[in-house]
Design a protein around this ligand. Structure first.
Ligand SMILES: *[C@@H]1O[C@H](CO)[C@@H](O)[C@H](O)[C@H]1NC(C)=O
Length: 476
């Protein structure tokens, strides 16, 4: 080999090496980009009028379909209920948050409200409100089985449906109202049964008694209520998931913002919730996925069989009352940067996960840091006016696609969960697209992980195992 040849070789090797470095560096940058940002087509903010059914592998075997109450996939037709305005949705959402807060007023030995000291929680009379950004599932009740679309609620316990005869009043619902006298499996519950007494913790109200039949009453923070006989029925969740003698409310006096749904499916932690009643069969394990849009479907699954392998768990905290599922939030990451706030901000407020609250509520100190960090990475887009409780809003009219920083919640046990793009922004048309988080009134108020932020996550509740898990891409 001549010296000039070897020089060429060395040079070409170093050139190759340089090329390799450059390419690797490039892919590295791109993967960091993809890791810290979502790129979105603006068309994804526009509503769709067609229901996209789940794909075969996305559809979990033997699970219930979860759909948004309003929209093309809903079993409740649009003419059944007047669609709510964005302002109405957020005002109902605030009532739900207020009633959750009032349910968890903490008291000290001196009787003063003080959340910094020992957390003795007392349930107040008012229940949580039904809210309006809600999801529904269709279950079968009775023999022969009748299909009923129920509001899906992890924030309350009693399952109830409107029943004939509507002694006082029934609101209009999509399906025919359930008639217990036409079912061979309906039974009344006696006033002296332990389940009747169990209504005190499940509803916050002392049950009544009429001709020795137990009478339940439950009211929600927005003046909605259901009153009726407490009974048992055969509950058919799926063809394989049937609960005989399921305790439920057969409501003969019902009023409120249930929007055409036949009642409510209570998925809380109390003894009377469907989760507890199905415990023998499913070990208090259930999972769901809330779809990203009203034109797609999610799922609700009982039992642990179906949970995906990618699900990461965080301990379940039980210090937030007997119904709610508590979680420990450690910190928040925005576009790859950890928010610089003291971890005591979250440990002071505490947090629950709730399927019925639309927008995640954070301690004001944390929200303000989140909004500032988000804005700092969104300087290329023009800000616009606030949308009700959402104050960090953008006008995307002049763009065809946008790049937004990814938000990750870091839960206890260092469980990092990326929020989907659909859970990060709330669009009121493309001229007003807002960061979908809001501040509580005070740093001591309980924080709530709401249903917008849960979109497309597979959320697994393992109550006996004391943990809640999250997996990305659970549904579309
Ligand atoms: C349940 O109890 C109520 C009140 O006593 C009664 O009107 C109704 O007929 C009972 N239903 C059944 C199936 O026993």
């Amino acid at each position: 080999m001549t010296p000039s040849n070897s020089l060429v070789l060395v040079l070409s090797y170093s050139f190759l090496f340089f090329l390799v470095i450059a390419r690797e560096g490039h892919t590295l940058d791109r993967s960091i980009e993809a890791h810290h940002y979502h790129t979105l087509e603006l068309s994804s903010f526009l509503p769709s009028s067609i229901c996209i059914p789940p794909t075969k592998d996305a559809k979990k075997q033997g699970s219930l379909q979860v759909v948004h109450k309003h929209g093309p996939c809903s079993t409740i037709k649009e003419d059944m209920v007047k669609p709510l305005t964005v302002e109405e949705i957020f005002s109902h959402d605030q009532s739900r948050v207020d009633s959750i807060h009032s349910k968890l007023t903490t008291i000290t030995t001196t009787g003063k409200k003080d959340t910094k000291t020992s957390k003795a929680t007392i349930p107040a009379k008012s229940g949580s409100t039904i809210g309006s950004g809600n999801y529904i599932v269709t279950v079968g009740l009775g023999t022969p089985k009748k299909d009923l679309s129920l509001i899906f609620d992890t924030g309350s316990d009693l399952t109830w449906t409107q029943c004939q005869p509507c002694a006082r009043s029934c609101y209009s619902q999509q399906e025919p109202i359930f008639t217990p006298s036409s079912s061979t499996s309906y039974t009344n519950i006696s006033c002296t049964s332990t389940e009747c007494s169990g209504l005190i913790s499940a509803t916050g109200n002392t049950p009544g008694c009429s001709s020795s039949t137990c009478v339940y009453g439950i009211q929600y923070g927005d003046q909605s209520f259901s009153v009726g006989f407490f009974g048992t029925e055969k509950l058919t969740l799926t063809s394989k998931d049937i609960i005989d003698n399921f305790y439920f409310g057969c409501g003969q006096n019902n009023q409120g913002l249930f929007g055409g749904a036949a009642g409510l499916l209570g998925l809380g932690r109390d003894k009377l919730s469907v989760v507890s009643q199905a415990a023998k069969k499913y070990g208090k394990v259930f999972s769901y996925c809330l779809p990203s849009r009203s034109s797609s479907t999610g799922f609700l699954n009982f039992g642990g069989g179906g949970a995906s392998t990618g699900v990461k768990y965080t301990p379940l905290s039980t210090s937030q009352g007997s119904s709610f599922y508590g979680l420990d939030l450690e910190y928040i990451i925005v576009g790859g940067k950890k928010l610089a706030i003291s971890p005591t901000v979250f440990s002071t407020s505490g947090m629950i996960i709730d399927s019925g609250t639309v927008i995640t509520r954070l301690p004001p100190t944390a929200y303000s840091a989140l909004s500032t960090a988000f804005k700092a990475q969104m300087t290329q887009y023009p800000l616009t006016k606030a949308l009700s409780i959402l104050d960090t809003c953008y006008d995307f009219t002049k763009f065809s696609s946008v790049k937004i920083p990814k938000i990750s919640m870091v839960w206890g046990g260092n469980t990092i969960v990326d929020i989907a793009a659909s859970g990060t922004l709330y669009a009121n048309g493309i001229s007003q697209v807002c960061l979908a988080f809001a501040a509580n009134g005070d740093d001591s108020d309980l924080a709530i992980f709401g249903n917008t932020q849960q979109k497309t996550l597979e959320v697994v509740y393992d109550v006996n195992g004391g943990k809640v898990g999250f997996g990305n891409g659970g549904c579309a």
